[in-house]
Write a protein that binds this ligand. Structure first.
Ligand SMILES: Nc1nc2c(ncn2[C@@H]2O[C@H](COP(=O)(O)OP(=O)(O)OP(=O)(O)O)[C@@H](O)[C@H]2O)c(=O)[nH]1
Ligand SMILES: [Mg+2]
Length: 479
């Protein structure tokens, strides 16, 4: 064979070899990309909490710390500490028909020159964060991976409605009436006040209701709604129906215009209200429950133990009653890949006491103990199903700094913070009870809670307590 022909054949062979190699590399890259895509994690976290528990503040703080992962102080969040987080951004949310979580407005108010807490939530919203990260050593064949994190926010008032799912109208009426009676008794020896007056107006209005027209029923429903609002302003939380407080798109609609009746109420009116009660369960509570508590992987329950503790025995007991009432609607347990498709169990439960910046550092373990005692049997039951249960105390956005104060030659822990009316305050918050507060504690409660403003952030990132440990527990194993 002539050498020029041989060279041509060899060149062609080289060309073919290079093309095959390139094709092979492309196939390998495609395969890797596909595998990588399928390995990209997805985690939906159900942030759960009664009104004022701190859900919106927590979600805002979590997004803020993650978006600023390179400047944030998160020593217990391993992926950030190891420098394995590559980028974090907001990504198109799962359901385009739900409002987007208004992060920019919430973070602007928290980081303003005079910082303010985010507004109370009036409707549902959603967000998805994409966290690009370098997997730990076991999976280093992939250059990077992503974790999609889905979170929803909603008004906490709607959560307590879950407890109504187990009740019929008669049971509900008895329950709410006995709560109102207890309230009346508790106020028996005091001068009549706005709440006592509203309870009486409500009783009078429902006794005078003789015709079951929409208009007449709405009038009484409005008085009941005013009563609920007044009870909420006193720190009471067992308030149903939740949409009477935060109606969103259901303002003045018949489905939310119902109230508890007395056992001797007119039968036709009772039937009308009972129908509305059932409709409310079917068309309002159940869809909310399905959309916001099913299809989540992990549940984070935020509990503000401190506000009711400072408010008094009745407020504290109502919160306990409310929490135990909703707990039974959540299922926990380890899931096989098969059971994940058919059930809505949570594999992990994070129980978190919020606003830990209202107490000194020495008492933060006591706060966790209080939370544990409050939900002891629910925690034990969840553990029995194989679910991982973790408890901790956090301040999503810190309002105070720890210090010490000297009094009569002794040194005491103290806190420094700005109150809501911009006064600088140094104070000792008093003592939390060792476990559940008993009668002795209620005789002379020592813990005091002052309304505090978020601390002005001197750094790029907001201060917090325990968010890093919570992030590690919530998503650390997925990164
Ligand atoms: N000191 C302190 N206060 C907090 C913190 N988080 C929340 N708060 C206080 O609790 C209030 C309620 O917080 P939100 O985040 O609005 O509570 P929420 O659970 O979203 O309440 P709803 O929207 O009504 O369901 C805030 O206005 C603050 O006064 C925190 O980390 N530290
Ligand atoms: Mg909120």
């Amino acid at each position: 064979m002539k050498s020029s022909k041989l060279d041509a054949i060899l060149a062609k062979g080289k060309q073919l070899g290079a093309a095959a190699k390139e094709q092979g590399q492309q196939t390998l890259a495609k395969g890797q990309a596909k595998l990588q895509q399928s390995l990209n994690g997805h985690l939906a976290i159900a942030v759960t909490g009664l009104s004022g528990a701190g859900k919106t503040t927590f979600i805002t703080a979590l997004v803020h710390q993650l978006l600023n992962f390179d400047k944030a102080i998160l020593p217990l969040f391993e992926a950030a500490l190891d420098g394995r987080i590559l980028a974090v951004k907001r990504s198109p949310q799962a359901d385009p028909c739900i409002a987007s979580f208004n992060y920019s407005s919430a973070i602007e108010s928290l980081m303003a020159a005079s910082p303010k807490w985010p507004q109370a939530t009036a409707g549902t919203s959603q967000l998805r964060l994409q966290i690009d990260y370098q997997p730990n050593s076991r999976l280093r064949i992939f250059s990077s991976q992503s974790l999609m994190l889905d979170i929803c926010d909603y008004p906490g008032e709607w959560l307590l409605d879950l407890a109504m799912l187990d009740q019929d109208f008669d049971t509900w009426c008895d329950y709410i009436d006995s709560n109102l009676k207890q309230l009346e008794q508790a106020r028996f020896n005091r001068k009549p006040d706005a709440i006592g007056h509203l309870i009486n107006s409500f009783y009078d209005a429902r006794a005078a209701l003789v015709e079951g027209t929409d208009e007449a029923v709405l009038r009484v429903a409005k008085i009941y709604q005013q009563l609920l609002m007044a009870l909420k302003s006193q720190g009471l939380c067992y308030l149903q129906p939740g949409r009477a407080l935060v109606p969103h798109q259901l303002l003045d609609s018949p489905v939310i215009s119902f109230f508890p009746v007395s056992p001797d109420a007119d039968q036709s009116i009772k039937l009308m209200l009972s129908d509305r009660f059932e409709q409310y369960k079917q068309t309002v509570i159940l869809p909310f429950y399905r959309d916001y508590f099913e299809r989540f992987d992990r549940q984070l329950i935020l509990v503000d133990c401190l506000t009711p503790l400072a408010a008094g025995k009745m407020q504290f007991n109502q919160q306990l009653q409310a929490l135990t009432g909703i707990f039974q609607h959540f299922q926990y347990g380890k899931q096989s890949w098969l059971s994940r498709w058919f059930s809505s169990q949570y594999e992990q439960l994070n129980l978190v006491a919020t606003k830990a910046d209202h107490i000194d550092a020495e008492q933060r373990d006591k706060l966790v103990l209080l939370l544990e005692k409050m939900l002891y049997s629910q925690i034990e039951q969840s553990k029995l199903t194989g679910a991982k249960v973790e408890l901790q105390a956090i301040a999503s956005v810190r309002a105070s700094t720890d210090g010490t104060a000297n009094y009569q030659g002794k040194s005491y822990p103290s806190l420094t913070a700005k109150t809501l009316n911009a006064e600088q305050k140094h104070f000792n918050p008093g003592q939390l009870p060792d476990g559940l507060p008993d009668d002795d504690y209620w005789q002379s409660p020592s813990f005091k809670m002052y309304p505090l403003a978020p601390a002005k952030s001197e750094q790029t990132c907001l201060g917090h307590i325990g968010l890093d440990a919570l992030l590690q527990s919530l998503i650390g194993d997925k990164l």
